[in-house]
Write a protein that binds this ligand. Structure first.
Ligand SMILES: O=C(O)CCC(=O)C(=O)O
Length: 266
């Protein structure tokens, strides 16, 4: 156990304190550029024309359901089978990514609990599509799963650079200490108003901080940390991969559409 923690300089008291003080921490360059590019490429093969959000890339049944139009548009049996093989490849790749040891080990160190995986989501904010204009309203991710201990965690991985220019995230440091905040339920999957996110109405006592991230940086975010994002006003794609985790044994709402379930990671 100790040797695996000693391999990087990330397991420091100051990093531990920073995470619990701010409710987030960025580990630079944790995923290689090639790994990001390949993950992005695979996700794009199962995206629709609008590059809408894809939920649960690690689950074949969700990919098939979200690609049904694409599958139906393929007339030839051989091409249909090849596309189905691609779907399986995407699910396997993202299952492995959910289990990425540098992420899982770090989470288990931060929380001193065994972690389980719950979610893999991608948001492209692709230029010239309707989802390029998608400004997430201030929200807490734990709100969707309603864990009473606020123990849901989101890992955000930009598969390209991400900052204010292309619709990056802003986080409210220390907001996780405010507990679960009242929020208005909003459609947060393939919405039509460009303003998803179960919106917190209360004015927060802190100012948000813009995340300026490079491809392959990893943002560890407490599930009660309030965050928001802006439209992509650039000509660049903004593929953001979100992975969701929770300590083993914690209760959560699986959700009618999301049908969340835990996956064991090691
Ligand atoms: O894609 C974005 O801009 C933000 C996504 C987000 O905040 C979320 O999924 O909770």
């Amino acid at each position: 156990m100790l040797t695996r923690y000693q391999k990087t300089g990330n397991y420091t008291k100051s990093n531990f304190d920073e995470y619990w003080r701010n409710g987030f921490i960025v580990l630079k360059n944790l995923i290689s550029s090639e790994h990001c590019d390949y993950s992005n490429l695979l996700a794009r093969t199962v995206a629709n024309d609008d590059f809408a959000q894809i939920m649960h890339l690690h689950r074949e049944e969700f990919l098939v359901a979200q690609c049904s139009e694409k599958l139906n548009s393929i007339k030839n049996l051989s091409d249909k089978v090849l596309f189905y093989q691609k779907i399986k490849q995407v699910a396997v790749h993202y299952t492995q990514l959910l289990k990425f040891p540098e992420i899982v080990n770090y989470l288990e160190w931060l929380y001193q609990r065994q972690m389980t995986g719950l979610l893999t989501n991608i948001f492209f904010k692709e230029p010239d599509t309707k989802y390029s204009k998608q400004a997430w309203q201030p929200h807490q991710d734990n709100n969707y799963l309603a864990n009473e201990n606020g123990l849901y965690i989101t890992i955000n991985i930009p598969l390209n650079y991400m900052n204010e220019k292309n619709g990056g995230l802003k986080l409210y440091p220390g907001s996780h200490k405010l507990g679960s905040l009242d929020a208005e339920n909003k459609i947060s999957y393939r919405e039509t108003d460009g303003k998803p996110g179960n919106e917190i109405k209360k004015k927060l006592p802190m100012e948000p901080v813009q995340m300026n991230l490079e491809k392959g940086d990893v943002l560890f975010m407490h599930g009660l940390c309030v965050h928001e994002s802006s439209d992509n006003n650039s000509r660049d794609s903004r593929p953001l991969l979100s992975l969701g985790y929770m300590p083993f044994g914690e209760k959560f709402d699986p959700g009618f559409n999301s049908k969340r379930r835990i996956d064991f990671l090691n």
